[in-house]
Design a protein around this ligand. Structure first.
Ligand code: UT7
Length: 326
């Protein structure tokens, strides 16, 4: 059974946080943040606004954008590292809040790779003919797990959500995929409230996101460079066949380094880092949506999505864009 993606919706919270916000309580500057990360702005959820709330708003936006009948959805996958509860899942709360009568529901944990992992799982469920219309959401409220005393990480993160529907189709628009993980780097990017070593290394168990930025940066550049080439060749394509690359937006310098290495013009790389910061699972749908709204991404364009992050893990897919805003 073939699959396509023809609808998208996004949401970001209302509270805008400019770089100058951090200058008030940290030894940092707007200039450092822009030059070292590309970030100019991000959004934070309010005190009583949680990941499920962001998901619901993104799904409402999707339904409005495409006049979608949500009742037909038969599975919901939410990729998040910041569910407000361990149980119940965010997906099951979306199911009840959106009155979707009979949907299987799971949350998945694959950090910034999660949205692409969600699409890959949905593609597999459709191929196996067990499901036909699957809601895949990437959503984070990272501001709730940010250590505001750590200047090397707190300036990075933002909150947001993006939703797409992966559905059975006569034509196939979702092509071959790649997945890869280097679990030995687990200690270099973690979020834990348990005093249990990772890879034998002691950790800070304070439920705040912690990363060894330089190590993750280097891993990201070398992994993305290799995996993008591997993915296009697995699809019998060349880099020139791809209209737009949408890697996870963690740092504009990662994207610039990968594009330089692969000789891809930066105009072909869509990002969400400038306006939203690093929103982990939400960063790819936010960049995709902005690409469509700005008129850059058109129906039939070939896209390469690739997520990477905590694990350290990565997942990529080539697809044909079938989303159009009427
Ligand atoms: O989304 C999941 C995957 N995550 C990533 O891919 C993140 C990858 N890593 C990064 O994006 C970057 O490593 C960071 C943005 C986290 C850090 O940038 P960097 O260019 O790697 O900085 P650095 O850690 O090498 O630090 C360079 C200097 C240090 O000062 P000294 O030791 O040279 O005096 C830091 O203390 O910059 C300093 N620094 C800052 N200065 C002003 C670190 N953070 C700040 C800051 N403002 N906010």
């Amino acid at each position: 059974m073939n699959a396509t993606i023809s609808s998208i919706g996004i949401y970001h919270p209302q509270k805008e946080i400019k770089n100058s916000y951090f200058e008030e309580f940290l030894d940092t500057s707007d200039q450092w943040i822009r030059e070292r990360t590309g970030i100019e702005n991000r959004y934070y959820a309010s005190e009583n606004e949680y990941t499920t709330d962001l998901c619901v708003k993104a799904v409402e936006a999707l339904a409005k954008n495409h006049n979608t009948n949500l009742q037909e959805i038969d599975f919901i996958i939410v990729a998040t590292s910041t569910p407000e509860q361990t149980l119940p899942s965010v997906a099951s709360q979306v199911q009840t809040r959106m009155n979707i009568p009979h949907a299987g529901c799971i949350d998945i944990s694959a950090a910034c790779g999660g949205f692409v992992y969600g699409i890959i799982l949905a593609k597999g469920l459709i191929a196996s003919r067990t499901h036909r219309k699957i809601l895949v959401i990437g959503a984070e409220t990272l501001s709730k797990v940010t250590d505001f005393t750590d200047r090397s990480s707190c300036i990075l993160f933002g909150d947001g959500a993006g939703a797409v529907i992966v559905e059975a189709s006569t034509e196939n628009h979702l092509f071959k995929v790649i997945t890869d993980t280097h679990g030995s780097y687990g200690k270099d990017l973690y979020l834990s409230n348990k005093n249990i070593p990772i890879n034998g290394m002691p950790i800070i168990p304070d439920n705040k996101i912690r990363q060894n930025g330089r190590v993750v940066f280097k891993w990201a550049v070398s992994t993305l460079t290799k995996k993008i080439e591997e993915l296009v060749s697995k699809n019998d394509m060349t880099l020139d066949d791809i209209n737009f690359f949408i890697p996870h937006s963690a740092n504009i310098r990662i994207l610039e380094a990968v594009c330089k290495e692969l000789n891809i013009p930066m105009e072909k790389c869509l990002e969400s880092i400038r306006n939203y910061g690093n929103t982990s699972e939400a960063s790819i749908p936010l960049a995709w949506y902005d690409g469509i709204i700005s008129g850059k991404v058109k129906p039939k364009d070939k896209l390469l999505l690739i997520g990477f992050g905590g694990g350290l893990t990565c997942a990529g897919i080539c697809l044909q864009n079938n989303i159009e805003m009427k």
